[in-house]
Design a protein around this ligand. Sequence first.
Ligand code: FAD
Length: 388
Amino acid sequence: MQTSESTIGIVGAGIGGLVAAIALRRAGHDVVVFEQAKQFARVGADINLTPNAVRALDGLGVGDAARVTAARPSHRISRTYDSGEETSRLEMADSAEQRYGAPQLTIHRADLLAALADMFPAERVALGKRAESIAADDNGVTLSFSDGTSARVGALIGADGIHSGVRTAMFGAESPRFTGIVAYRAVVPAERVAGVPNLGAFTKWWGPNPQSQIVTFPLNRGKDIFIFATTPQDTWHLESWTAPGSVDELREQYVAYHPEARALLDACDTVLKTALYERDPMPAWAQGRMALLGDAAHPMLPFMAQGAGMAIEDAVVLSRHLDGVAMAGIPAALQAYQTARIERASQVQLGSRGNNWLREGGNADWVYAYDAWAVPLGVPAQGAAAAA
Ligand SMILES: Cc1cc2nc3c(=O)[nH]c(=O)nc-3n(C[C@H](O)[C@H](O)[C@H](O)COP(=O)(O)OP(=O)(O)OC[C@H]3O[C@@H](n4cnc5c(N)ncnc54)[C@H](O)[C@@H]3O)c2cc1C
């Protein structure tokens, strides 16, 4: 793969890395994405995209492709786990579209990745390239890969997820923290649970403690219902999109829940299980010719459904800071990007940890009304450009 000190390298072809690749290319840059996987695989299940994320995708031109298989939840409903009492109901769909310029969409993660990959030249995605060492100097960044090859770029974006090696190269090693929470994910055909009310809505059943919840919403244009359940469990540490869990265990964990919630668990044939990890907010994401975005910068618990949304926002705002900027101006532009994004993403990261978002209703505007294509650009932190 041909690169030079005029190339912007991105490590990671996840949601954040691909959105950044498309947007940076549109901003006039030569971009190469280095991805450790040998091919794009259809893993994971849902991704819940709130209006802030959908509007950012619309501005990128990928919204129509995303809508082909997505579902559009009618409401966002909160219910109490045992009594079933409804504690809040927010209209989504048309109301969200009118209020925020975009709806909420729920989509298979692989469909979103495929829609993004279609918008970026495949020949500029280097698959099977696991970055193992990263060394930056005044003029660029040199990457060495596990297959023995190397590449030189003028700037590097770390979009390499929660275990980011770019982050380690920039700020030193520090492991993500196991939260003591596991998540179960399952998909059931909607026709099998047709008697359960509100299947077209995003429903969150708030459990007896902040770690316990069941979230359900439509997937695949409403043909399926996605179930996302979390519970405290400190004996399971495996982080995986594909590891199977036990359906019996799933049902046991939620015996105290309302029959309408349990009916969905009863309908599951299989379930996937993963441990949830997170990190504390960072004081900085940019340094010299390198910057982080998405989970590499701010991995968060899924309780506000904003991890991918924040990665998408980061990528769009990053591209606006780098639009038309020559390589000499990159360090200052990356500092300005950090200023523009770090406070919001950190706030969402902490809010996700608190897991109280919209429990009793309230105004969702500070999250949903954010327009990544229009927010003011940041300025470099005082003295940071000189230090960079
Ligand atoms: C159970 C669960 C449910 C979730 N639900 C939602 C939701 O409903 N809505 C939402 O917005 N968010 C959700 N999230 C969060 C969301 O999945 C993440 O925030 C999002 O995927 C982050 O995207 P990313 O591009 O930053 O990182 P990732 O998706 O982790 O992508 C990183 C990429 O980098 C690659 N990579 C890693 N290391 C290297 C290396 N050394 N060299 C080369 N490539 C490398 C990886 O292979 C991967 O392709 C959920 C998370 C979990 C765990």
